[in-house]
Design a protein around this ligand. Sequence first.
Ligand code: FMN
Length: 266
Amino acid sequence: MEEERFPNQYYMQEVHDYMRTAGEEFIFKTKYQNMGLSAQRKGAAAPELQLPYPDTVEVISLPEWDKVTLFNANILSLINSRKSTRYYKPISISIEELSYLLWCTQGVHEVIHGVATRRTVPSAGARHALETILLINRVEGIAPGLYRYLSLEHQLGVLKKDSSTVNKIVSASLDQDFIRDSAVTFIWAAVIYRMSWRYQERGYRYIFLDAGHVAQNLYLSAESINCGVCVIGAFDDDEINNVLDLDGQKQFVIYMAAVGKKQPSR
Ligand SMILES: Cc1cc2nc3c(=O)[nH]c(=O)nc-3n(C[C@H](O)[C@H](O)[C@H](O)COP(=O)(O)O)c2cc1C
């Protein structure tokens, strides 16, 4: 029956079995029809909506996300003025601005039956399998270091207060030095089972698509408070995962974005 629906696929499989590149292999094996029975369909319990954190983790409450004065709220103008910005003023952003950016990128509107969330961004199957880690350099009232966004609580969890972590992140990002000048750098890590529980290997496609939505919301929301953004896809996977204590298989960095107040001439 499958062969009737997708006759060419089986022909292509024979021809290409020994000559597919990694990319072609990925596209082939993650086709919908090659998905197989997911853990969800087999009855496995839904994974947690957010990575747990021990009670001992210091938590910082964020102000409500709507406490910022927008510099520009015209959506067409924001889309037209958005560009990747790698030069930032050496000044802090406020905690209200950080709260706003986190809300716009991952804010949780609703928890659905305890197994899914609806957020400010779309996500395949509402799986929302990204965690946001923040490298904070210059945010008023928050010590430089590494933090986690606890999206369900709209809070920050402290990972490491250490102003030297930035050096490791810059090094892992192939020495893209503008990270050092950013007020904050967002690092999005995939928790792949949260997605593959429903979509098996095809989930690997979806999580990258999800990240694109998140990053675009960051570009536009940052623009609305006169901040510039540059997304970062060039990094040493192993090095960045090591710095963040991610195993690189179940959890791994997929995208980053530096943010800071715009230099007027840039
Ligand atoms: C997936 C992706 C990865 C990127 N990685 C980097 C990066 O590692 N470093 C960087 O400086 N810019 C990076 N960029 C930004 C692009 O260089 C930028 O979007 C492009 O030059 C177009 O410019 P614009 O964003 O100003 O329109 C990346 C953009 C995308 C979409």
